[in-house]
Design a protein around this ligand. Structure first.
Ligand code: PRP
Ligand code: MN
Ligand code: MG
Length: 179
């Protein structure tokens, strides 16, 4: 159903790992002394990033997941964020880190951040591996960003194109063969 395409490597697995080490040092400084950090992954795109991030993070943590979807199988944001699966645990009075693969229009992480803020966590921070600032439609900036990227269609390391390519170990860019 999609036009033929090839995937060119954009950010290598090695660069991602190096950046995660840097980010974890900053997160550890921010949350130093926390009794328990709830690390919240946004399904499905964040599953690879959160797995690598928590294994590098030297803090007492719990892991929880929330599923919000705006794209479905398409290439265009619906701008209407739906919560398909809520957290299992409560976050009131807790330190929370929301983990996302990419901030594009900003609707998803903006919506989720407001939702979780309403539950009165002690501290709520967010981290996105990728950020496409040129695509922003709502004023949102994650507390930490791995890489700022131009407006390219990216896949891999959790990110899909029509549900494919999430398992690539690097970030690739989709290039359509018919131009
Ligand atoms: C993608 C991506 C982010 C969101 C970013 O998720 O994983 O969650 O879109 O776009 P935005 O900033 O324009 O809201 P998607 O809705 O495709 O679900 P998925 O994570 O299950 O692929
Ligand atoms: Mn997502
Ligand atoms: Mg998607």
């Amino acid at each position: 159903s999609t036009r033929p395409y090839v995937i060119d490597e954009m950010i290598s697995a090695k660069s991602i790992a190096a950046r995660i080490e840097e980010l974890c040092r900053e997160i550890q400084t921010e949350f130093a002394g926390t009794d328990k950090l709830v690390v919240v992954g946004l399904l499905r795109g964040s599953f690879v990033f959160i797995a690598d991030l928590v294994r590098e993070l030297d803090l007492p943590i719990e892991v929880d997941f929330l599923e919000a979807s705006s794209y479905g199988d398409g290439m265009e944001s619906s701008r209407e964020v739906r919560i398909l699966k809520d957290l299992r645990g409560t976050i009131e009075g807790r330190d929370v880190l929301v983990v996302e693969d990419i901030v594009d229009t900003g609707h998803t992480l903006n919506h989720v951040t407001h939702l979780l803020e309403s539950r009165l966590p002690a501290r709520l921070k967010s981290i996105a591996l990728l950020d496409k600032p040129s695509r922003r439609e709502v004023d949102f900036k994650a507390s930490w960003t791995g890489f700022e990227i131009p407006d390219e269609f990216v896949v891999g390391y959790g990110i899909d194109f029509a549900q494919r390519n999430r398992n690539l170990p690097y970030i690739g860019k989709v290039r359509f063969e018919d131009g």
